[in-house]
Design a protein around this ligand. Structure first.
Ligand SMILES: [Mg+2]
Length: 372
């Protein structure tokens, strides 16, 4: 079968700059993968493409190059005959270590093509069992606590069921306390993006957070650490959730088995793709996993939603409405949050939404085409 693969980099402005302990992000880049087969069936995948090697070593430049020079040639050579099961796509990438973001964009496009070809919802491939999923919102570091509380109010009014706040030294205990005073009952979690250490001063901060009844503290220590997290977990009650440290199914299982963490934030792109995100959930079960966001555009957002409709993803994830990040998303209709804080999943085939190709073209900064 002939296949056309289009690799398109797009740049969308964010409605609000997003600040974490890495810095401030003003635009969202993504490498969109479109597959078209002989019969006109189409598959869409999104590659996370950060501007800076902050969250991950991968950037918009590395994902483009690794896909172009190594992954796409292998993927097209092995296409279809070698992928009886969708999870087998990963075998085409086995000679490339790391670069999980780059791999995931291609794998996602393949899942979507299969759904299009077989006229089924992507949810059927991802094992979705729910029609709507509860969702939370992730709020970056703000100029002031007052500003933060007004941002939280804005999202709570829209129905979001869980608030995740970014913290860093100097923006932690007092901030969490003030938010807790205003919102005594709302589920809150904090994400430190590795801004702390095992020094006494930091451990005291982590211990002090125990009294705010947080759902979890995400990635307080080094981005590549497991064992120090185990030490910290033994000294605090709040469950530790690992994000940056987990790059494979094995990492996730080991982290839980050795009590380095009690919860895993699964970002499919970080763990090597959607089949890996499913495998981790199957291994760990309900209540131990949730799905984090990487400010995805509509295509990645839809893929993420269908995975979160699996039973194991019982903790609300980070997937918010399109308008949380973009004035206009690249899909129609855009993702919206219901008044009760859930997102409803579309029932149509494939992604269940239209991809706005006109808009993608307008926002395109680079384009390449490959054929087999
Ligand atoms: Mg995180």
């Amino acid at each position: 079968m002939n296949i056309k693969l289009e690799q398109q980099m797009i740049k969308l402005p964010l409605v609000h700059p997003f600040e974490t302990s890495f810095g401030i992000q003003k635009d969202k880049y993504a490498v969109i993968i479109k597959l078209t087969d002989d019969e006109g069936n189409v598959g869409w995948g999104e590659t996370i493409a950060d501007e800076y090697p902050g969250y991950s070593y991968e950037t918009k430049e590395t994902v483009w190059l690794i896909q172009r020079d190594f992954l796409i040639p292998q993927f097209l050579t092995k296409f279809d005959h070698d992928f009886p099961e969708i999870a087998d796509v990963y075998s085409a990438f086995q000679h490339v270590r790391g670069h999980n973001f780059a791999k995931t964009g291609l794998e996602a496009a393949y899942w979507s093509l299969r759904a299009d070809r077989e006229r089924k919802s992507l949810g059927q491939y991802y094992g979705s069992t729910k029609n709507e999923i509860p969702t939370g919102v992730s709020i970056g570091i703000q100029e002031s606590i007052k500003e933060l509380i007004s941002r939280i109010e804005f999202f709570v009014d829209q129905g979001y069921k869980r608030i995740k706040m970014k913290i860093k030294p100097g923006w932690d205990i007092t901030v969490v306390k003030e938010v807790r005073d205003v919102y005594p009952d709302i589920p809150i979690m904090v994400d430190a993006n590795s801004a702390y250490s095992l020094k006494d001063k930091d451990k005291t901060i982590m211990r002090s957070l125990d009294r705010f009844d947080l759902m979890m503290i995400e990635q307080p220590l080094a981005f590549d650490d497991m064992l120090d997290h185990k030490l910290l977990q033994s000294e605090i009650e709040t469950p530790i959730c690992l994000d940056e440290s987990i790059h494979s199914v094995n990492h996730a299982i080991q982290a839980i088995n050795y009590d380095c963490a009690r919860i895993i934030n699964i970002k499919p792109a970080r763990v090597g793709g959607y089949s890996k995100a499913i495998e981790i959930a199957e291994n760990l079960g309900s209540g131990k996993v949730w799905l984090g966001g990487m400010l995805e555009t509509g295509i990645g957002r839809m893929h993420n939603l269908f995975v979160q409709a699996r039973d194991e993803y019982s903790i609300p994830g980070d997937t918010s409405g399109s308008n949380r990040y973009f004035e206009r998303d690249i899909i129609n209709p855009q993702v919206t949050v219901n008044k009760n804080g859930t997102i409803s999943l579309p029932k149509g085939k494939n992604l269940g939404v239209e991809v706005d190709e006109e808009f993608i073209k307008q926002k395109q900064t680079r384009y390449a085409e490959y054929r087999r």
